[in-house]
Design a protein around this ligand. Structure first.
Ligand SMILES: Cc1cc2nc3c(=O)[nH]c(=O)nc-3n(C[C@H](O)[C@H](O)[C@H](O)COP(=O)(O)OP(=O)(O)OC[C@H]3O[C@@H](n4cnc5c(N)ncnc54)[C@H](O)[C@@H]3O)c2cc1C
Length: 366
């Protein structure tokens, strides 16, 4: 009789290298980069229309304007982001990665002088361009507009649809929960409700803030930030580039523009608020002279982490359980480089940068 009973994995039909939970910007790019390096993936995801990736405006650029400095690791992030999204576009025959002219509005002579001085610094010269006068009649009078090189936006809705479609044979459209996961000596088994079970070498939690709902990562000190974005319709606003000062105005076609974003650390839900819309409208009116109608308004929560650096690494006890998360407000820029960095760690055992390594929080795990 004993011979009739088989070990559990007898029933497993799908064998893969990595099981990724989440198909937001993080999970999608990670899956793409793994597949282009020849690895097999399965992705578990349910669409949440208010997920951070779906509500995001997708802006990317190399600057921290408040400090007039470059974003952390911009010199690594920018080239990898450009190469990766263009490859995804080619491979998927889509168009969602926009390299757009970006201008920072400067309010005073001293701001212009600071920009001029810093842009002659060798490191910043790749990002900070010349200052020109404002010539657009629909934009208010500012001292000048400074050109930012290497900027644009990812149409996240198009990007997620295209990658979801491309991943369709590898996608399990259902909700992950811990009780579906079984750990084996040689990997993990995911027991699906609707699909064949999956055996993988490792599981990667790339499911944004929802990672907190899993016992594996409930101890991680996430520091979420609520954000709201509006889309306006304004035929009189003749703007073909992204401009910013307080808010960004990003042209997305058909006289529509995304305006964002707000940052709030309380009331952490994904509900658009009147205060959010009026805060964005007020700041927008400080930049433009023409009327507009709000045609869309959305809110989400950025998966940021204490210390505001991403979160990559392995669970302190279970080496088959890993995380790729904490992309905060700059996912579009950071994810492609960090996905490669994480894959090198997973495959070749290379060391993670201290700034992003989950082990910096191991003391939070009891
Ligand atoms: C208003 C706003 C504006 C923003 N603007 C920008 C911007 O301009 N530029 C920029 O770079 N970043 C921006 N961001 C930040 C960016 O959106 C996030 O950093 C990024 O989307 C995080 O992606 P993610 O894939 O890690 O997580 P998520 O986007 O949260 O994706 C996680 C995915 O996992 C799925 N999932 C979760 N749990 C489960 C489960 N148990 N089972 C199955 N599926 C699950 C979710 O449904 C979702 O599809 C903005 C964020 C907000 C809120």
């Amino acid at each position: 009789m004993q011979g009739l009973y088989q070990p559990l994995y007898f029933w497993i039909v799908q064998i893969t290298d990595f099981l990724i939970i989440g198909q937001g910007i993080a999970g999608s790019v990670l899956a793409f980069n793994l597949k282009r390096r020849g690895f097999k993936v399965r992705v578990v995801d349910v669409i949440n229309p208010n997920s951070s990736s779906r509500v995001a405006a997708g802006i990317w650029h190399p600057m921290v304007f408040k400090r007039l400095s470059q974003t952390w690791l911009a010199d690594k992030f920018i080239p990898t982001a450009e190469e990766t999204y263009l490859s995804v576009e080619r491979e998927l025959n889509g168009q969602f990665f926009h390299q757009t002219k970006y201008s920072r509005l400067l309010t005073s002579v001293s701001e212009c002088n600071d920009w001029d001085t810093l842009s002659s610094d060798e490191r910043l010269a790749s990002w900070m361009g010349e200052i020109t006068p404002i010539t657009n009649p629909s934009v208010r009078d500012f001292e000048g507009q400074a050109n930012v090189y290497h900027a644009g936006y990812l149409d996240t809705s198009e990007f997620l649809s295209a990658t979801r479609n491309w991943l369709s044979n590898d996608l399990l459209e259902e909700e992950y929960s811990d009780d579906r996961l079984e750990l084996l000596d040689s990997g993990v088994v995911y027991h699906s409700d609707r699909y064949e079970d999956v055996k993988a070498q490792k599981i990667v939690f790339a499911n944004g803030l929802k990672a907190r709902e899993s016992n594996w990562f409930s101890w991680v000190p996430f520091a979420p930030v609520k954000g709201e974005v509006i889309t306006i319709f304004s035929p009189l606003l003749k703007l073909e580039e992204i401009i910013s000062k307080g808010v960004f105005i990003c042209p997305i076609g058909n006289y529509r523009y995304n305006i964002g974003a707000t940052y709030h650390w309380d009331k952490l839900d994904d509900v658009p608020t009147e205060e959010g819309a009026s805060e964005l409208s007020k700041r927008l009116q400080e930049l433009i002279k023409v009327p507009f109608d709000i045609v869309d308004h959305r809110a989400g929560i950025r998966p940021a982490v204490k210390g505001r650096r991403p979160l990559l690494g392995t669970h302190p006890i279970e080496n088959r359980v890993t995380i790729f998360n904490g992309m905060g407000s700059k996912a579009v820029l950071m994810v492609p480089y960090l996905a490669d960095h994480f894959i090198d760690y997973l495959i070749n055992g290379s060391t993670l940068m201290e700034d992003v390594d989950l082990s910096r929080f191991y003391s939070f795990h009891s």
